[in-house]
Design a protein. Structure first.
Length: 146
């Protein structure tokens, strides 16, 4: 089973059961953001979690096997058209150089890891309109001289 078929089966079962990623993550005992990424094919899951997801959703063992496969992280390099994804792309386009400058000023020459990384999405209620709080937490990796 490929990652696309796996994702289709997981999302279909999630919808049929009336579940949210938040509930699934809580019930399975992992970050809902990480779980969503793995179920959408962008991360591999350890065997215990892969099996738990398939069992939780009542899906065949082939889904667990596909969840364990290391992904090839390729995405469309064109500017995204989905409004929410585009806005994140816009944030990086507008503030990417700023973030690079500020991070390197504070830490030195290097990058923020997307491997040793966690992310949280929270809702902040506000009378002027609810706010989205994204927390990106990545280990700093300095460039080395050899």
């Amino acid at each position: 089973m490929d990652k696309l078929t796996m994702t289709d089966m997981i999302v279909t079962a999630k919808i049929k059961k009336g579940l949210t990623w938040e509930k699934m993550g809580t019930d399975i005992g992992v970050s809902p953001v990480w779980l969503t990424s793995a179920c959408l094919g962008m991360n591999s899951a350890p065997e215990k979690i892969a099996n738990a997801v398939a069992e939780y959703l009542g899906l065949p063992a082939e889904v667990a096997t596909a969840l364990k496969v290391f992904p090839t992280k390729i995405w469309d390099q064109a500017v995204p058209t989905d409004p929410l994804i585009y806005r994140l792309y816009e944030v990086v386009g507008v503030y990417g150089e700023t973030l690079k400058e500020v991070i390197q000023e504070k830490f030195g020459d290097g990058i923020m890891s997307a491997i040793d990384f966690s992310m949280d999405v929270d809702k902040i209620e506000d009378p002027k309109g609810d706010r989205v709080l994204l927390t990106l937490n990545g280990k700093f990796l300095p460039y080395k001289t050899w």
